[in-house]
Design a protein around this ligand. Structure first.
Ligand SMILES: C[S@@+](CC[C@H](N)C(=O)[O-])C[C@H]1O[C@@H](n2cnc3c(N)ncnc32)[C@H](O)[C@@H]1O
Length: 319
């Protein structure tokens, strides 16, 4: 793991309140567990709604421009929804260069292998195994018009990080580029809790995998039996904010665990919480006003949006 990622992990585990950033959930095992959430939780509406919108309204979602584009996918995962976009673009232009970017390297390379077996030479795939910061640094070198996808991912960042990452994305966009990102627009708290607190515990397995990975990567021996796992939904209508899910573990007693690989100790008092996200929450839910505010704070312009009751796609141009 790069030094800056290790540093941000150590910072989160020693800050107040303590947290593990959401990106830490994604390695080859975590990515599979996330994929299981989309297939095994009957009430996990997010992925299904995104897909349904893409299947029925792709012409409205993917901007039509009078020149050929390259395709970038930030946090590409298994590229299952991206295939719909690739097919749409290959119907509009003869060939396409595709840059999937993902922090989960093995999972990215597996997805790329599957894609390259499905498509002929009209699709050229240039994978970038990196986080957004390092990936966008590389993409800035690539000239020409791009459609940049960012599906199902802005929702997992803190409010400030959403704005900062959008700003970063804008540094690789010219007036011929378009950003298309998806966001959860549901305001139905019951639907959210059904998705994030499923009775079979599939979501809990994915979310708390961060602790399993921490023990595996750093030589720590944190005993999860010393904690309770809790999840809840916070609704927020303020235009400068958003609604979100909070997921955390709470110490049942005072604990102290050395984390050798990070050179720190995890010290928690009885009742103290460790959050599985930066900032107030993750899996954020927005009104259109809340989304426009975030986009404007990043210096981008919301040029269009397409939504149903759960999912929404925002189409952004440079301001
Ligand atoms: C919720 S999944 C979404 C996958 C896909 N875009 C979709 O809509 O199905 C989030 C993806 O972003 C990747 N990811 C998370 N944090 C990241 C970061 N900071 N930089 C790059 N990729 C990241 C994860 O590995 C994962 O594949």
């Amino acid at each position: 793991m790069e030094a800056d990622l290790k540093e941000s992990l150590a910072r989160g585990l020693t800050s107040s309140p303590k947290h593990i950033p959401t990106w830490y959930n994604y390695d080859d095992v975590g990515s599979e567990l996330q994929f299981q959430c989309t297939t095994d939780i009957p009430d996990y509406y997010l992925c299904r709604s995104d897909r349904e919108l893409l299947e029925t309204k792709i012409q409205d979602i993917i901007p039509r421009v009078p020149y050929d584009v390259a395709l970038v996918d930030l946090g590409s995962g298994n590229c299952s929804k991206t295939r719909l976009v690739i097919d749409e673009l290959l119907a509009r232009q003869k060939s396409l260069t595709f840059y999937p970017v993902d922090i989960s390297e093995e999972f990215l390379l597996k997805s790329v292998k599957e894609l390259s077996e499905e498509y002929d030479d009209s699709l050229s795939i240039q994978p970038i195994a990196a986080n957004y910061v390092h990936g966008i640094d590389q993409l800035k070198e690539i000239e020409g018009p791009k459609i940049v996808l960012w599906f199902d991912s802005i929702i997992n960042l803190s409010y400030d990080n959403q704005v900062e990452t959008l700003k970063l994305i804008s540094t690789m966009m010219t007036e011929k580029c378009r950003l298309v990102f998806s966001a959860d627009v549901t305001q139905d708290g019951c639907a959210v809790m059904n998705a994030y607190d499923d009775p079979a515990g599939v979501m809990q397995r994915f979310i708390s995998y961060a602790m399993v990975r921490l023990n595996k990567d750093t030589g720590s021996d944190i005993d999860m039996a010393k904690f309770t796992y809790e999840v809840n939904f916070v609704s927020n209508k303020d235009a400068q904010s958003m609604s979100y899910v909070r997921a955390y573990i709470r110490a049942k007693e005072d604990v102290r665990y050395p984390i050798p690989g990070l050179g720190i100790e995890l010290v928690m008092e009885k009742g103290e919480c460790l959050y599985f996200h930066e900032g107030a929450g993750f899996s954020c839910k927005y009104s259109l006003d809340q989304l426009s505010t975030i986009v404007e704070k990043a210096g981008l312009r919301l040029s269009d949006s397409v939504s149903d009751e759960h999912a929404g796609f925002c189409i952004c141009t440079t301001a």
